[in-house]
Design a protein around this ligand. Structure first.
Ligand SMILES: Cc1cc2nc3c(=O)[nH]c(=O)nc-3n(C[C@H](O)[C@H](O)[C@H](O)COP(=O)(O)OP(=O)(O)OC[C@H]3O[C@@H](n4cnc5c(N)ncnc54)[C@H](O)[C@@H]3O)c2cc1C
Length: 445
């Protein structure tokens, strides 16, 4: 019997285990944490509030995954009509902002419209003032300079911790709405606009947080928790863990962040280690608050553009499922971003509680008479992948090396992509398929 090792028990690890399970191939999954789920873990606090590691809802449009997730929670899930919104200098703006400019200062709206019309004209007539070399160029060509500089570039700086001219566009996909002129004009003239956001309906487990979607994982693989990989020896086909365990493997599938995995590989060439070091990512301090009322927000999540507001995004988990909070209560998860490469964190994560609460009051989400019933801080060392201009070459070097030594990589931090849970799951399935094929070739050789 082949020994197949999966490193990491998040969505990608589950995707890999699921694919192997379908083939009747047993696997062992190792995770450094004392719980499974990785980024999709949920934490139930004694106060009665549940917070996920970061705000998570399922956006998936894949029917196969919708069914699998539904089966995992015995069909008990919420279907939520997504109504994200934006906050900019005291204005609450429906999402996406480009289609909802009415109510903003007149000179700003006029400049946004003039620039947007100019940009559309140039696009339609194939007039290129400057080649699109980076995300900033793309934003200006798509939306016009005023909107680009006031909204997405400001948000992007808070979210990615670097400037748009230092980023590529390869991560965009459907993420930024490509508005039509009519939609922009209607939104500038009227407060009533149709919903055009690509995320329309999202799902969330009714009970016990997002991690419930992974409840089938322990049935599909043997999970060894508290096993932190510290060394991978591709020649000996051995995995060494911090707890002293050494395990052999015939195939290994890894969702461990590449920046950590590569330096752990025995004999990794210096140029590959140097390439892995160039890969940039953000870290996120999540400030989780439980409040004694539920009418905290119109939208389930809000994007914040102002640099003097410390958080980048707020989510309201009680609006994902009312069972994440005690009756009548509400909850807020604030995300504050940093990165080792571009914006190192100052002080300790706990230092962000007071500024978050102060900014929540400043923008009117919290009132002076609100009671904060729960506070905790959670840090995701790996949050978003930064698509800076060094990423593509460095990643190609790292992936080519892993292919060479037969380590199948997957997931957000193995593929090093800006992917969601469903895409991470599929990435794990694909990596398992690759490992299966490699084992079959090895057997027949
Ligand atoms: C703030 C935030 C909000 C998000 N919101 C959404 C959302 O609303 N919807 C959505 O679909 N997606 C969302 N995502 C993306 C989603 O979290 C990821 O796509 C997905 O969870 C990635 O899964 P993964 O298995 O690839 O990685 P992970 O979940 O990170 O799994 C990797 C695993 O490897 C383990 N590991 C790491 N190092 C070692 C080691 N040395 N030894 C052993 N184990 C190790 C970790 O403990 C972890 O369990 C969000 C992400 C963030 C950061």
């Amino acid at each position: 019997m082949e020994r197949v090792a999966i490193l990491g028990s998040g969505m990608a690890g589950w995707g890999a285990a699921h694919r192997l399970h379908q083939e009747g191939v047993p696997s062992i999954t190792y995770d450094k944490n004392g719980y499974y789920g990785g980024h999709t873990a949920s934490f139930k606090h004694a106060s009665g509030f549940i917070f996920d590691e970061g705000p998570h809802v399922s956006f998936t449009k894949h029917e196969r995954l919708q069914k699998l997730f539904a089966q995992s929670v015995h069909e008990k899930y919420e279907v939520i009509h997504a109504r994200p919104n934006n906050y900019w200098k005291g204005h609450w703006i429906k999402h996406p902002a480009i289609c909802n400019l009415s109510g903003l200062p007149t000179d700003l709206v006029v400049n946004c419209l003039c620039d947007f019309i100019g940009a559309q004209h140039d696009q339609e007539n194939h007039i290129e003032h400057k080649p699109i070399d980076n995300y900033a160029d793309w934003l200006i060509a798509s939306y016009g300079r005023t909107f680009a500089e006031t909204f997405p570039m400001e948000y992007g700086f808070k979210y990615h911790t670097t400037t748009a001219d230092n980023m590529s566009t390869s991560w965009l996909g459907p993420r930024l709405y490509r508005a039509k002129l009519e939609e922009v004009l209607v939104g500038a003239l009227s407060p009533e606009t149709p919903d055009v956001h690509y995320v329309d309906y999202v799902r969330y487990p009714s009970y016990d947080g997002f991690v419930s979607y992974l409840s089938l994982l322990p049935e599909q693989t043997q999970i060894n928790l508290r096993h932190q990989l510290v060394r991978l020896d591709p020649a000996a086909k051995e995995l060494h863990f911090a707890n002293g365990v050494v395990a052999g493997y015939d195939a290994v599938i890894s969702s461990v962040p590449l920046t950590e995995l590569v330096p752990m590989i025995a004999g990794a060439p210096p140029d590959v280690v140097a390439a892995a070091r160039k890969l940039a990512y953000t870290s996120c301090v999540m400030v989780n608050l439980g409040i004694n009322r539920s009418d905290l927000s119109q939208g389930q999540w809000t994007y914040f553009y102002d640099r003097d507001i410390c958080f980048t995004r707020l989510s309201f988990p009680h609006m994902f499922s009312p069972h994440t909070v005690p009756p009548g209560c509400g909850s807020i998860q604030a995300e504050v971003y940093f990165s080792q490469k571009y914006m190192p964190m100052k002080g300790s994560p706990e230092d962000y509680v007071a500024p978050v609460v102060a900014d929540l009051k400043r923008c009117g989400v919290l009132r002076e008479d609100d009671k904060i019933l729960h506070t905790n801080v959670h840090v995701s060392h790996y949050a978003q992948i930064i698509f800076d201009l060094e990423r593509a070459d460095a990643l190609a070097t790292v992936h080519a090396y892993l292919d060479d030594i037969g380590v199948a990589y997957c997931g957000r931090y193995g593929d090093w992509l800006y992917i969601w849970t469903d895409e991470a799951f599929i990435s794990g399935e694909n990596a398992a398929q690759k490992a299966l094929e490699r084992m079959r070739v090895g057997k027949s050789a």
